[in-house]
Write a new protein. Structure first.
Lengths: 166, 298
């Protein structure tokens, strides 16, 4: 729709979310995960509204995470029924309201504690801010991680790309 | 932890946090609406300059022709409460009915229509607080509504009214104005942006051989747009994306021209003109470089 309003009949290119793109890299074998480096701690994921509810990339996101983590636990409710991180819709910018945002998301703290995960993967900058607010307010024993962080720490780096010593 | 342990743990935290008497804000229109006072320049100071006539004119301009339609949306609602149970604000705040999505639209737009657009500046401040700090436009309530009423669309209309009147939380307004001036959200000039990319490329060579951050490479497979904050405060995202691309052997590029920022703060306050400028800029960058795909940052 937006394309027609801006004077394009059809877009001459595709627009991809990172989760979809990383899924494609893994499925086509361009990027490989090192089995020895896979994350052993229990992991859960916060579903970003735009990636999941609008772009519908829930399964692709889970494919990427399951490839890189050994113990993946879904929140309940999950996928397009997951709750918002409380920083969407421009609230991420409001740092002076962070206690208000943290208190307003008790349900997310419950969801995270119920999974027993130690790492929450936040594939969105807004979700990262929101989950950080929840963690700080409710003093949760978890840390956050981006999707690219996950891939960089677990992918196979070919010998010819490693820098020379010295 | 089991259910009871979680409940006990969270109750203990909130007791610790809620100690001591705090000043409360009570809405002059709805005595049930009681909240903590959060000082915010954008909300508190701007309302003192507004007049009732100004507000009436703005509301008429935004919703004038659609009044009957919006009224019918509000009146179709059966108060079944499915949207309330879908809202994390409502569930998290002891099921306080003033947090329910339908209450949010009835208290703001419903009240404006009921009072025939004649509302005072204090009411606009209250509306701005409801729509900007208590709703994430996450679309969860619209998803569960049995009538398919688009609650979030109405919240966005109220946001537009508040934006035209200039009553927006200061940090949001600041980022939206940065988009108007620089087309990114962090007041970063083009030189600083390009310098950051060169700097990250120099540093990255020590970590991966032949790591490149190609700029303005025509006909590349992927064009990557970072978030505004990445070149300014989160350069590690640029490093990590470049590493993944180097390992996967993808032909990628970044743009050197304006609108390199994939965020759109103007969308959240419904500044239609700047929204369009940002999306057009992103598309035109992709068209100029003849790329096959755009990948946005996380």
């Amino acid at each position: 729709m937006a394309a027609q309003l801006l004077g394009f009949k059809n877009l001459p290119f595709e627009v991809l979310q990172p989760a979809e793109f990383y899924y494609e890299l893994l499925v086509t074998g361009r990027l490989k995960i090192d089995p020895a480096k896979r994350i052993k701690e229990p992991v859960t994921v916060q579903d970003p509204c735009n990636v999941i509810r609008r772009a519908g990339a829930a399964e692709k996101l889970r494919y990427v995470i399951k490839a890189a983590c050994e113990d993946f636990r879904d929140m309940y409710p999950n996928r397009e029924h997951n709750f918002c991180c409380n920083s969407g819709g421009g609230l991420a910018a409001l740092s002076n309201w962070s206690a208000h945002k943290g208190r307003g998301n008790r349900v997310k703290a419950e969801q995270i504690l119920r999974t027993g995960a130690k790492i929450v993967i936040t594939p969105c900058h807004n979700c990262h801010t929101g989950i950080k607010d929840v963690i700080n307010y409710w003093k949760l024993p978890v840390k956050t991680m981006y999707l690219d962080q996950l891939l960089v720490s677990t992918m196979v780096i070919p010998e010819e790309l490693k820098p020379e010593e010295g | 932890m089991n259910e009871f342990a979680i409940e006990r743990y969270l109750n203990r935290i909130i007791e610790e946090r809620e100690q001591g008497e705090k000043e409360k804000y009570v809405s002059p229109y709805f005595p049930e609406y009681v909240r903590e006072v959060v000082p915010d320049m954008g909300l508190d100071e701007r309302v003192s300059q507004l007049t009732t006539e100004q507000i009436e004119r703005v509301i008429k301009r935004v919703i004038g022709k659609q009044t009957a339609r919006l009224k019918s949306i509000i009146e179709t609602c059966m108060h079944c409460g499915l949207c309330s149970d879908a809202c994390q604000w409502y569930i998290s705040n002891d099921r306080d009915p003033t947090y329910a999505p339908v209450a949010k639209i009835r208290m703001t737009l419903g009240e404006m229509i009921k009072r025939n657009f004649k509302v005072d500046p204090e009411f606009i401040k209250f509306c701005a607080r409801v729509v900007f700090t208590e709703c994430n436009i996450c679309h969860r309530c619209s998803m569960y509504c049995p009538f398919g009423l688009d609650i979030t669309a109405i919240i966005r209309l109220v946001r537009r009214i508040c934006f035209i009147l200039g009553v927006v939380p200061q940090r949001q307004l600041d980022q939206a104005q940065t988009h108007i001036t620089f087309l990114n959200q962090v007041w970063l000039s083009q030189n600083d942006y390009l310098d950051t990319l060169f700097w990250r490329e120099e540093e990255g060579i020590y970590e991966l051989k032949n790591l490149r951050i190609p700029i303005d490479k025509e006909g590349a497979e992927i064009l990557w747009f970072p978030l505004g904050a990445e070149p300014k405060t989160g350069v590690d995202h640029i490093d990590r994306f470049a590493k993944i691309m180097a390992v996967a052997g993808v032909d990628w590029t970044m743009t050197s021209k304006d609108t390199w920022d994939s965020s759109n703060m103007s969308m959240f306050i419904n500044d239609y003109f700047t929204m369009e400028r940002i999306v057009r800029g992103l598309y035109e960058n992709a068209k100029r470089l003849r790329v096959k795909r755009i990948v946005l940052t996380e």
